[in-house]
Ligand binder design. Structure first.
Ligand code: M6R
Length: 609
């Protein structure tokens, strides 16, 4: 996810662009850049790795880049590490065509080869640079024609801002599957990835459609189809306040991020399924090497550890490889036994968690290859791991993780199914059905999110709760761990997760009249067992909330309130059952008036021991 801003008008462009980018830093903040037409024939470009602040300092808040027409970008690296060279804008060799881009050009390798064969030289590792050279290739004096020709050639997603030195009075923009808006006031016209970037200047906004091109001039803008046909468009008048708008209309980043989960799951999953086969190129492992893995050690902290606990059940079940899961803070000091053939997998959203990084280093020191499942591109864990499997969740701002956790689950499922298949543990029909179930997850998550009102009503009853217990067996225990953490970290209500069979070894004495027990039961083989545990707590006065599968109607006899999840393979049930539990934690915290996005005492990234 990146942010783009453009301005053309009667005012100085650079300060407006910098101001707009500052509202988009939530979209990415590993590097930033600007291109401004200097008014006498040249496009000046300044870019820098690091936060936007650095670009502001280098350009003295835009003063060093005079001009009334420009584009800017704040980056969240996908292709190529964060660096000055990989930062946007990108340009052709003559620096007469400049591009900022949000999205992923999927066929960039093919295009890069085609252009290299024709003598074009690339300086960055990005997918975006192909756009600058491709525009150069097609530009024969008509910029609109060049833009549309390029759009016909590229596959993937994009929101683009483009400057042609030949056309100093115009900015071109286009989008497909990445957000882009245009806006206008009496001083000029704007483009941006999101409304807050321009809300200070105008509330008159045009939502650019998929595969639509915009030509902006100082006093008007024109919209075109990718076949150069002009279209008309009505503006929308924005009446949100600016701070709410940064969250795209959501009350909290956490809610917004929960709603991004269908996309996160799609983005992490689909690029790794090719021709009905799981292809994880980043693993860099031959089938022979996969078959040689004798044990997997998963190491992580917090929610990433909970994803790892699920991973243990799924990998052991599908690939029949023994898995040990460790808290990174324990692993690093317990002198772990890593035998020949063992593989270490560290999981981290931020890629900066000190204990996880230390565990990675400890494993490497002992001569073991480490696979990182990481969200933040270019982070320390991503740089130091031998191989990196990225979770494409985009920047996560709320301290309580939701979408990154969901993406971690997907990465682990992919590993489990891939390893199981390669090791001959999954036959053809099961393989096809597992892939089919994986593909259904985004829509099923969406369905559960749309059920939020029911959960909100239920959550409102528990705003005053003192203790809540989450119980489950097997994968359901792993889900309970995460459900419990979500509730306690943002609502400050004490909660604990227990393996359901363990309750009667002590914990059941804590159950009092009205204590809420959330029982997760998604594993058909264990339905009856969990129902008996529900009956035990109910008999001691507990109010029992059940999260289960649609087929398990029997549970209604033992539960006071039931939330059903759609049908999926039991190994993937966590991805669905966690949604109502996230919503529950969120709405209890909102009801209590807690600072949901920034809970007390916590930080998004724990870079100390
Ligand atoms: O960035 P990481 O995934 O390494 O972070 C690990 C934990 O600190 C993190 O999951 C934490 O538990 C979250 N706040 C939970 O919502």
């Amino acid at each position: 996810m990146c942010g783009i801003v453009g301005y053309i008008g009667t005012k100085q462009a650079a300060p407006i662009i910098l101001d707009g980018l500052s509202k988009l830093e939530y979209r990415g903040y590993d590097s930033a850049g600007m291109a401004v037409y200097d008014g006498v024939g040249k496009i000046n470009i300044t870019k820098s790795v690091g936060r936007l602040k650095i670009l502001e300092n280098i350009t003295r808040d835009g003063e060093t880049m005079p001009g009334v027409c420009g584009i800017g970008h704040t980056r969240w690296a996908t292709h190529g590490v964060p660096s000055d060279t990989n930062a946007h804008p990108h340009f052709n060799e003559a620096e007469t065509i400049t591009v900022v881009h949000n999205g992923i050009i999927e066929n960039y390798l093919q295009l890069r080869k085609m252009l290299t064969d024709r003598g074009y030289h690339f300086v960055s590792e990005t997918d975006t640079e192909v756009l600058a050279h491709l525009l150069d290739y097609y530009y024969k004096g008509n910029p609109l024609e060049a833009v549309t020709k390029v759009l016909h050639r590229v596959e993937g997603s994009y929101a683009l801002g483009i400057l042609f030195a030949d056309c100093p009075d115009q900015i071109f923009a286009a989008r497909k599957d990445s957000p882009l808006i245009a806006g206008q006031n009496e001083d000029g016209c704007f483009i941006a990835s999101d409304v807050p970037a321009i809300l200070k200047y105008t509330r008159k906004v045009y939502y650019v459609d998929n595969q639509e091109v915009v030509r902006l001039r100082a006093d008007h803008m024109h919209f075109y189809t990718v076949d150069e046909e002009e279209t008309t468009k009505e503006p929308v008048f924005i009446d949100w306040d600016a701070s709410a708008a940064e969250k795209a209309g959501y009350e909290h980043f956490m809610l917004k991020e929960m709603y991004e989960q269908p996309k996160t799951v799609t983005d992490t999953l689909l690029p790794r399924i090719k021709d009905n086969d799981i292809v994880i190129e980043e693993l860099n492992m031959t089938d022979e090497e996969i078959c040689g893995v004798s044990k997997i050690h998963i190491v992580a902290c917090g929610s990433a550890y909970h994803a790892g606990v699920t991973g243990k059940y799924v990998i052991e079940g599908l690939a029949r490889i023994p898995v040990e899961v460790d808290l990174a803070s324990e692993f690093r000091y317990r002198d772990p036994i890593l035998e020949e053939g063992a593989m270490v997998v560290v999981i981290s959203q931020s890629g900066e968690t000190a204990d996880t990084l230390a565990a990675l280093r400890e494993s490497k020191k002992r001569g073991f290859q480490v696979l990182g499942i990481v969200n933040v591109v270019g982070s320390s864990i991503a740089r130091e791991a031998d191989n990196v499997m990225y979770t494409w969740a985009g920047p996560e701002i709320a301290v309580a993780t939701t979408k990154a956790y969901s993406a971690q689950l997907i990465a682990l499922y992919l590993l489990a199914v891939k390893f199981g298949r390669v090791r001959g543990k999954i036959e053809d029909m099961t393989y096809a059905s597992l892939l089919g179930d994986l593909r259904c997850l985004p829509d099923q998550i969406e369905l559960l999110l749309n059920n939020k009102n029911k959960i909100q009503r239920f959550a409102n009853r528990y705003i005053g709760a003192k203790d809540v217990f989450f119980i489950g067996r097997g994968i359901d225990y792993a889900i309970s761990l995460e459900g419990s953490l979500k509730l306690k970290e943002i609502s400050y209500i004490h909660s604990e997760a227990y393996a359901a069979g363990e309750l009667k070894h002590g914990t059941i004495s804590l159950i009092e009249e009205g204590t809420l027990v959330a029982a997760v039961s998604t594993q058909p083989a264990l339905y009856a067992k969990t129902i008996s545990n529900m009956v035990e707590v109910k008999a001691r006065g507990a109010f029992v909330l059940a999260v289960t599968c649609e087929e398990n109607k029997e549970i209604e006899k033992a539960a006071d309130y039931v939330i059903y999840i759609p049908e999926t393979n039991p190994y993937f049930a966590n991805s669905l059952a966690i949604i109502p539990l996230q919503l529950f934690g969120y709405y209890v915290a909102v009801g209590k008036g807690c600072d949901v996005d920034k809970p007390r005492n916590l930080a998004k990234s724990v870079t100390v021991e």
